[in-house]
Design a binder for this molecule. Structure first.
Ligand SMILES: NC(=O)c1ccc[n+]([C@@H]2O[C@H](COP(=O)([O-])OP(=O)(O)OC[C@H]3O[C@@H](n4cnc5c(N)ncnc54)[C@H](OP(=O)(O)O)[C@@H]3O)[C@@H](O)[C@H]2O)c1
Length: 345
């Protein structure tokens, strides 16, 4: 087992660590039939996931064709992929003719989605979150599909509940979360009618040091702003672990789809984590908001049974984030809005 670094000096070191394949993933890649398609590749998680897959294939000694699909609104993503021997194919997944022309792939990771900007522009969110998956499910009905979903399809629950399990009935709050359940149901429909093996990943907050719940809290403390604890608790997972588990889930696809909660084992209090970050950063912390009783909490016992615990524990994530933010490390400036409990984004 590799020991964890104390901190990251720059984005190059951080990106490198984020994209490390686990030994289990390398073994899995050795068995994986190609090509591997990553749809919605150009986002916060996708580029790193693609690189993780490439490294796992290299370490497994297999010549795997990997291609990434996005609209590439950020052209730098194309360069990132090509430099790592991953094809970049521009395509709007809302265009069924364009999707029909995408190359064959035995294995597909579906990552496209829309959250922020939903309020006032709901139809676009519904289209991206339900129509694009329909096009992809039809194009790749003969493939295995792992699709990212969200823990927001569950109701908000108390900490005492132990978090929602995969058996908890969905009860999404607000149109973004409802459209995500729509994505799941559309995929499930095609999985059932065409016997397509799928796995739907209900992710609760991936964290990088440049974005995520811990980054948001640490940044507020660093800037002397109050931390909002309206939503009193959360689960998170190191983005590298989330991406490793997503790729490993290809071997767990089934029809009807497998459902898997993707998050860390620790449920933390926003107040306590804020206090710990503040201590690490040598800064005071203040709070704003009406501390509520319910939060988006996922129980990750099923994923732990499949994959074991994530490689980076919460304690380390807190220390890494405190040092990163304190040292003026980069931010994606994409707040998670973890404090929102109304479903309005
Ligand atoms: N990060 C988290 O903590 C988290 C938590 C829960 C769920 N999720 C879900 O997990 C998935 C991956 O997360 P992420 O943070 O990487 O998301 P992200 O940053 O929003 O990236 C998704 C990417 O999908 C692409 N996309 C969107 N619409 C498209 C379309 N019509 N055609 C082709 N590509 C399209 C976009 O790139 P282009 O603009 O280049 O097309 C975008 O960068 C998303 O579905 C997200 O909702 C993430």
């Amino acid at each position: 087992m590799t020991s964890l670094p104390d901190e990251f000096r720059d984005e190059r070191e951080l990106d490198d660590w984020l994209a490390r394949p686990s030994a289990a993933l390398v073994k899995s890649m050795a068995r994986l039939e190609g090509p591997l398609a990553i749809l919605g590749v150009a986002g916060k998680m996708g580029l790193s996931l693609a690189w993780t897959a490439r490294r796992a294939a290299e370490q497994a000694g297999v010549d795997l064709r990997i291609f990434g699909v996005s609209r590439f609104s950020n052209p730098a993503a194309v360069e990132f992929l090509r430099a790592r021997d991953i094809e970049a194919i521009p395509c709007d997944l809302l265009d069924p003719q364009a999707v029909a022309k995408l190359p064959d792939a035995a294995n597909v990771i579906f990552m496209a989605g829309r959250k922020f900007g939903t309020e006032g522009d709901e139809s676009v969110t519904w289209a991206v979150n339900t129509l694009a998956p329909a096009h992809v499910a039809q194009r790749y009905s003969g493939s295995r599909i792992v699709a990212f979903s969200t823990g927001c399809v569950y109701p908000l629950v108390t900490v005492a509940s132990g978090g929602c399990t995969e058996r908890t009935p969905p009860d999404p709050v607000g149109e973004y979360a409802q459209s995500c359940l729509g994505r799941e149901r559309v995929l499930e429909y095609f999985s059932r009618t065409r016997s397509t093996p799928m796995c739907l990943l209900r992710l609760n907050y991936a964290v990088d040091l440049r974005y995520g719940v811990l980054h948001d809290i640490a940044r507020q403390i660093h800037l002397g702003e109050p931390v909002n604890d309206t939503v009193p608790a959360a689960n998170i997972i190191w983005q590298g672990d989330a991406n490793n588990q997503a790729l490993l889930s290809l071997e767990h696809c089934a029809s009807p789809p497998e459902i898997l909660n993707l998050t860390g084992p620790e449920t933390f209090s926003v107040r306590e984590v804020a206090a710990e970050l503040a201590r690490e950063m040598g800064k005071p912390v203040t709070f704003v908001g009406q501390p509520g009783e319910r939060a988006y909490l996922n129980n990750s016992a099923k994923a732990a049974g499949w994959f074991g615990p994530p490689s980076v524990p919460l304690k380390t994530l807190i220390r890494w984030t405190a040092r990163w933010v304190q040292a003026g490390g980069a931010s994606l400036n994409k707040p998670t809005h973890f404090e929102v409990n109304t479903g309005k984004y």
